[in-house]
Write a protein that binds this ligand. Structure first.
Ligand code: PMP
Ligand code: GLN
Length: 380
């Protein structure tokens, strides 16, 4: 058949997880925690099912969850989105990203993507009949060069996509970045998609610069997040989108015919958790910072060179002292011969920098998992 997605194969996360399983490798590739979800969350899920929340919930999400999201947003970012008109609960951030793109991006439009970028962005753009315009982040710091973004804007530009904390690098956008974005988009018809799934995983006292903090940006932005990262349950696939009423209305047209609604019991469980234990998301940064620091310290005893990690749960490491292989070949070798699985960076780029020797390691793991990986990495 004539394929609609000629550039797409199986995602690198699936490829590497399968390779890890096939070779009994310690899997620091695909991003998921290997520890339990909070016990209270499981109790709340159980309770929701027993109390009968097992049929179609409202298309936009259960009211108690939308309300809890509004409360959390107001506490953290000083702006309370409208529970009815501005918040939509989705099947993970992935669904929300797909919906937001399809809600506003038309055939022939352009969408600016900052490379390296998470892998689900471009296929959704392609399926909308639009074109991704790739602008590279700084190869050393993964900071955006806003002049390059400005130069990439054309009359066809319909959307800019940003992601902070950033997957795969962990880089974070600053307040100055957000002000610059507001200036760039002022008096244009360009929408912003702000992927904030790692919003609570920020380190060293830094502040997450949600687009929701910026009134000018709020008017044109789809802010997307996911409970998978916050509650250690990437398999539950519940996320949400916050956007102004007119954008949410278009977003919901796609959502209602994509999935219509999403898993009801988990929505009730997250609503209860958000209200009862705000400490969980408030302390998530400290929780992961301890893991980051422990892992970095261990990596210093290997030939891998760790890069700074301002946020998120991924550690980039330079392997040029170990091998001259390209990153995909290096990751295959590392899995098969050395028993540790990482993610190569090249699949996150349209044009990967040819001299880059970086891999991504996930530290959302128990100490025992990290120790087992380090023991193997020390032998490189
Ligand atoms: N965006 C980014 C940057 C991510 O890292 C992920 C998950 N790996 C997602 C979106 C998708 O989130 P979800 O699993 O909730 O669909
Ligand atoms: N977001 C996860 C990561 O970056 C993977 C999710 C997936 O496998 N699609 O590793």
């Amino acid at each position: 058949i004539e394929t609609k997605l000629p550039k797409v194969g199986t995602t690198i996360f699936t490829v590497m997880s399968q390779l890890a399983a096939g070779h009994g490798a310690v899997n620091l590739g695909q991003g998921f925690p290997d520890f339990s979800v909070p016990g209270r969350l499981v109790d709340e899920l159980d309770r929701a099912m027993r109390e009968g929340h097992n049929q179609y919930p409202p298309m936009t999400g259960v009211p108690s969850l939308r309300n809890a999201i509004a409360t959390k947003t107001e506490r953290l970012y000083g702006h309370r989105p409208d529970t009815d008109a501005e918040i939509t609960v989705t099947s993970g951030a992935t669904e929300a990203i797909f919906n937001a793109i399809h809600a506003v991006v038309r055939a022939g439009d352009e969408v600016i993507v900052l490379d390296p970028a998470y892998d689900c962005y471009e296929p959704a753009i392609d399926l909308a009949g639009a074109r991704a315009v790739h602008v590279p982040l700084d190869p050393a710091t993964f900071a955006p060069d806003w002049q390059k973004v400005k130069d990439a804007i054309s009359p066809r530009t319909r959307m800019l996509m940003i992601n902070s904390p950033h997957n795969p690098s962990g880089a974070m956008l600053s307040a100055a970045d957000m002000e610059t974005v507001a200036g760039l988009l002022r008096d244009t018809g360009i929408f912003l998609l702000s992927d904030e799934v790692y919003e609570h995983i920020v380190f060293d006292g830094a502040r997450h610069e949600s687009a929701l903090r910026y009134p000018e940006l709020r008017e044109r932005t789809f802010v997307i997040s996911s409970f998978g990262k916050t509650y250690h349950c990437t398999g539950w696939k519940i996320g949400y989108c916050i956007a102004p009423p007119a954008l949410s209305a278009e977003f919901r047209k796609v959502h209602q015919y994509n999935v219509f609604c999403t898993f009801a019991p988990a929505q009730h469980a997250f609503a209860a958790m958000l209200d009862a234990e705000p400490e969980h998301y408030e302390q998530l940064g400290a929780f992961y910072q301890a893991k980051r620091d422990r892992f970095r310290e261990q990596l210093l005893g290997t030939k891998l060179r760790p890069l700074p990690v301002p946020g998120g749960y991924f550690q980039l490491a330079d392997y040029s002292a170990v091998s001259d292989l390209g990153d995909f070949e290096f990751c295959r070798w590392l899995t098969i011969e050395k028993g540790v699985t990482a993610i190569p960076l090249s699949p996150f780029y349209e044009t990967p920098p040819s001299d880059q020797r970086l891999v991504r390691l996930c530290f959302a793991k128990n100490d025992a998992t990290m120790d087992a990986a380090i023991e193997r990495l020390q032998k490189l």
